[in-house]
Design a protein around this ligand. Sequence first.
Ligand SMILES: [Zn+2]
Ligand SMILES: [Zn+2]
Length: 258
Amino acid sequence: MEAMAGKYEYDIKCDLHLHTISSGHAYSTVEEYARAAAEKGLQAIAIADHGPALQGGGNLYHFWNMRVLPRCWYSVIILRSVEANIIDEDGGLDLPEKILEKLDLVHAGLHPYTGFEGESVEKNTRAVLGALANPLVDVITHPDNPSFPVNMDAVAEAAVREGKALEVNNSSFVYTRLGSEETCRLMAARIGTLGGRLAVGSDAHVSAFAGEFSHAVEILRETDTVPESVINYSIERLAEFLRSRGKDCSWTEEARRA
Ligand SMILES: [Zn+2]
Ligand SMILES: [Zn+2]
C-alpha cells in the first residue's frame, strides 16, 4: 500500500490491545511489553488478554488478580484490561460484572468458535449492539472482521450514542481477518462524520509488535480521521476518554510522576 499524504500526521502514544502468555496463544510477558513500549516511546499500554470463552483465554483469576501489576513499569503506564468475547445474541460477555468493573478498560469482540460461526449479519449486529449497550464495555474490537459481518451504520451510530470507541486493528491488515480494509474505511469515515471515537490497537501477540500501527494509520490517513478522535492518541486523551466512561483514573497520578 503506498502511503497517502492525508490531512493529518499521526503519532499514537498508547497501545490498548496487547496479548500476553496468559492467553496461551501469545508469546510475551507483561514485562517484555513494558520494556518494548518504553523503547518505542509509548506512554501507556493495556494488557488485554482474551476472555475465558476463547480457547487458551485467560482464566477468571487472571483478570481478578491484575491489581498486582505495577501501575508504571519502565516508565510506561500499565492498564488492566480484557478483550472479552461476546458470547450471545444479547451481547453477553464471558467475564462476570464484578471482574469487568475492576478493570481500567474493557474491550469486547466477536471471535472464532464462541457462538457466531457463519451467523447472519442480523445476529452479529444484534450481539454487537447488545455489547455496546452494556455500560461496562468501552471499545468494540475489530468490528470490520469479514468473518462476522455487521451492519456498520447501526454499530457506528450506537457507539457514538453510547460514547464508546470502535477499533481500527492493525493486525487485521497483516495476519488475521484479512479483507477488513474496505469495511474499516467505511467505519472510520462514518465515525468521523458522526463525530465519534476510534481506538487504534496493534493486537500484538508478541512484544516485537507493541505499538505497531502502520497499517491502521494508513486507514486514518485515507479517511482524514481527526487525531483527537483516537482515544489512545496520547495519555491525556486516554484519561479524558476513560473519565467520560466513568472509570477511576487514579493511574494518572503515576503518569505525572513517571
Ligand atoms: Zn480479537
Ligand atoms: Zn486481540
